[in-house]
Design a protein around this ligand. Sequence first.
Ligand SMILES: N[C@@H](CCC(=O)N[C@@H](CS)C(=O)NCC(=O)O)C(=O)O
Length: 221
Amino acid sequence: MITVHHLENSRSHRVLWLLEELELPYQIKRYQREKNMMAPESLKKVHPLGKSPLITDDDRVIAESGAILSYLEAKYDDQNRLKLPDETSRLQSQYWLHYAEGSLMPLLVMKLVFGRLGKAPVPWLIRPIGAALGKGVQRAYIDKQLTPHREMIEKQLAAQPWFAGPRFSIADIQMSFPLLALASRGGLDAMPATRQWLHKVQQRAAWQRAIEQGGPINLAG
Ligand SMILES: N[C@@H](CCC(=O)N[C@@H](CS)C(=O)NCC(=O)O)C(=O)O
């Protein structure tokens, strides 16, 4: 039996979403975030880094959302619901699967961290300095770095309906989290095709079932 070690409001939604797309049986072990938004220590009993998502499948522990999605697809998509039929699409899918966490998320996490420099738990006395520093770094470095990413993603989704081409795939599932994060930080304003894609994925029945199972995602802040 597949167990999803599910941290509320997290990347773990991707895994629930794929399981729902494939209509596989699974169980959820739930973890609440601590006050500082970190995962609880108990998740480290499953994997040394204690990050979510994690799955256990029989005696295997699998970490990293991209690796989990690939594993589940390879092992359980025997009806080829999401497996891609041609090499060009598979290569595109692989690219976005790695890109989401390897290139895009680090910038978005940095944006989040620098955006918080003017807020608690930074001591109130130095919050104005923190806020000014955070804004400066965002403007001078992070937002500049994000521009070609936003252009590349928008170009891809303006040219084809899904990240890997004409078919929905695990690349779309993997890209959902960074694009929700970008949307919540005002980054999709000039990206109509991407906004349309985000709307389309949220209409999928499996997305909605995953939200019912795992709870809502709110990445503002
Ligand atoms: N690259 C990893 C990132 C895992 C990760 O950072 N997960 C976040 C949830 S979205 C987490 O566990 N945060 C709590 C913490 O860092 O303690 C993946 O895609 O699985």
